[in-house]
Design a protein around this ligand. Structure first.
Ligand code: ADP
Ligand code: MG
Length: 309
């Protein structure tokens, strides 16, 4: 990509989304500068989405942009952090202005929805790939870790599970949902809720948390191993959307809900006497020991979730 070209594309499409309480210096200089609330620590996380690997070839630009911000916002939520800002590095095969307009429209929606002003980034030529880094703030020493669960606590999830995996399978032409459910399921893949609105209440009540990106069983396994305990899941308690609960193939539905990734709901543990936050469901409990079991069956190996390699 020729450098003058590159900078005008950056200016035309990626500046202008940087306004926010934390933004001291937005894009255009060598670095962005962020203001951190007094007494708070910086939480940061980065994720790369590659065409054909993390979203289907030919996906709409606005959906890809939205999903890239949303999936990173989800990491902040899982930490109990409040959003400060985002940085976006894009690799594009060609400069296609119609695509860029579409892309930045989804970007603007997500930046606003998750309060993650875009303060900088990078643009290079190459296969379509999007890297988002997000920054959030946390009360000093109070981040919600994977390692904080104790035996005898309840295990909960937000929202419903399996929709994004079912949506992705639909986008990949692996099955045909009812006409009325197609948009809902595709949206659940491309437009994750990313429960930042739960972050502050989870900081008060939860002992450990993770966002579900690789599938419930795999991700809950990270809490179990980081907290050195065992997690028991009751599959009948897994919350399902109407679009999935009405399907006849309950084995497939369970597979999506337990092992399909991409939901970006939160899974967390808390003492059993705490009030269940609105929109969340108890799905199991912690106990001494190790590993994850579902309906009494120990989970091992391949059923655990999405693996990149
Ligand atoms: P440098 O070579 O100093 O890294 P760049 O030419 O890559 O600078 O970028 C110029 C400015 O534009 C920087 O402030 C950078 O953060 C910003 N920028 C570049 N790409 C993006 C993008 N995709 N989104 C937002 N800001 C961007
Ligand atoms: Mg650069």
């Amino acid at each position: 990509m020729e450098s003058l070209d590159e900078f005008s594309v950056i200016k035309d499409y990626f500046f202008g989304l940087s306004h926010g309480a934390a933004t001291v210096i937005g894009p255009g200089d060598d670095c962005a500068v962020l203001r951190l609330p007094i007494g708070e620590e910086l939480a940061t996380s980065s994720d790369t989405l590659i065409e054909g690997s993390h979203f289907p070839f030919g996906s709409d630009g606005d959906d890809i942009a939205y999903r890239a911000i949303a999936t990173s916002a989800s990491d902040l939520a899982a930490m109990g952090a409040q959003p400060l800002a985002s940085v976006l590095s894009v690799s594009l095969p060609v400069i296609d202005t119609a695509w860029l307009e579409d892309f930045t429209q989804g970007l603007a929606q997500a930046v606003q929805c998750f309060s993650l002003p875009l303060v900088g980034g990078d643009l290079t030529a190459g296969p379509l790939s999007i890297t988002v880094t997000v920054y959030g703030s946390l009360p000093a020493n109070h981040g919600l870790l994977r390692s904080g669960a104790r035996p005898g606590e309840t295990v909960l999830v937000s929202g419903t599970l399996g929709d994004a995996a079912a949506g992705l399978a639909f986008l990949n032409n692996e099955w045909e949902p009812d006409q009325a459910d197609r948009e809902f399921l595709a949206r659940r893949f491309f437009r994750p809720e990313s429960r930042l609105n739960l972050a502050s209440s989870l900081l008060k009540i939860a002992s450990a948390a993770i966002d579900i990106s690789d599938g419930l069983l795999a991700d809950v396994g990270h809490i179990a191993s980081a907290s050195s305990l065992s997690i028991r899941i009751d599959a009948r308690k897994i919350p399902l959307s109407p679009a999935l609960s009405k399907l006849e193939n309950s084995q497939q539905v369970l597979e999506w809900a337990l092992s399909g990734g991409d939901d970006y709901e939160l899974c967390f543990t808390m003492p059993a006497n705490k009030t269940v936050p609105s929109g969340c469901t108890v799905i199991g409990f912690t106990t001494s020991g190790n590993g994850v079991s579902c309906d009494g069956v120990e989970i091992i190996g391949s059923r655990k979730g999405y693996r990149h390699f």
